[in-house]
Design a protein around this ligand. Structure first.
Ligand SMILES: NC(=O)c1ccc[n+]([C@@H]2O[C@H](COP(=O)([O-])OP(=O)(O)OC[C@H]3O[C@@H](n4cnc5c(N)ncnc54)[C@H](OP(=O)(O)O)[C@@H]3O)[C@@H](O)[C@H]2O)c1
Length: 242
């Protein structure tokens, strides 16, 4: 019998690192492969764990990683935990006046196009004859139906675009992989560098540790059936309206 392989893209991020640790602690996964731009500290290769260098915006680096992953076998969990909300030249916009083309373009590149390139390279590696899950970390603020507050134009729009790309890929993937699940998932509000500048007013009980978020995400992914493919879910498994 094939042993299960899990792949985590964005292995150096706050949620990504916690997902790697949780996957490594799950006896179902004989091998956990982490992709990141740079080897995260504390990520040494060993018998059950491999680190691969890849930039989600660099298709050849993803293709090279896909070839290496295929040497281990067919992955049954692929999670994309990359993303950006703020950084040099990037700050969530409170008004139309604050929109900048270069910032919008960067958000779309990292939050929507990068995960789509990951899906292009890695979805074909999943097995046809066994269940598998591909999940991209999205954000509830990418829901158009749920947007009552406004603001955060670029992040919201890039996550809405990600959701559409994942939904569309799920339809195509289901034709050749009827047991597969391909979804967008909101991790909750999680204490990481991405959320840190914006969580001052978040009640402590609503701010998850990366470890708590990772365990909720993985439990929910375990419970999704192929009928759930193409959907957008919260980490507790509740469907989020588009
Ligand atoms: N934290 C929250 O409250 C929250 C809420 C809703 C949704 N999310 C989503 O959850 C996901 C993970 O967020 P996080 O909180 O863990 O953020 P984080 O700690 O800032 O991690 C983000 C990760 O994305 C990686 N990344 C960015 N650009 C990349 C590129 N071009 N190639 C490869 N990797 C790249 C970063 O890699 P480097 O380490 O190399 O920079 C980092 O590992 C994101 O999609 C985010 O939108 C988070």
């Amino acid at each position: 019998m094939d042993s299960d392989i899990a792949v985590l893209v964005g292995a150096g991020g706050g949620i990504g690192r916690a997902l790697i640790e949780a996957l490594r602690g799950d006896p179902r996964f004989a091998h956990v492969i982490g992709l990141a731009r740079r080897r995260p500290s504390a990520m040494a290769d060993d018998a059950g764990h491999t680190w691969l260098e890849a930039d989600i915006l660099d298709a050849p680096s993803l293709a090279a990683a896909a070839r290496r992953i295929a040497e281990f076998g067919a992955p049954t969990r692929i999670i994309v935990a990359t993303g950006v909300l703020h950084g040099p030249g990037l700050s969530p916009e409170k008004s139309l006046r604050a929109l900048r083309a270069d910032a919008l373009s960067r958000l779309f590149q990292i939050n929507a196009i990068g995960p789509a390139l990951v899906a292009q390279q890695l979805l074909p590696l999943t097995p046809r004859d066994r269940p598998s899950v591909f999940a991209a970390l999205s954000a509830r603020v990418g829901s158009i139906a749920d947007n009552a507050l406004g603001g955060w134009y670029g992040y919201r729009a890039s996550k809405a675009a990600l959701n559409m790309l994942i939904h569309t890929a799920a339809i195509e993937h289901a034709r050749s992989h009827p047991l597969a699940v391909c979804v967008a998932i909101h991790p909750g509000t999680v204490a990481t560098p991405l959320s840190e500048p914006f969580t001052g007013q978040t009640p402590p009980e609503r701010l998850l540790t990366p470890e708590a978020a990772a365990s909720r995400i993985l439990r929910t992914l375990d419970d999704l059936s192929p009928r759930a493919t193409g959907g957008f879910y919260a980490a507790d498994g509740a469907a989020i309206p588009w």
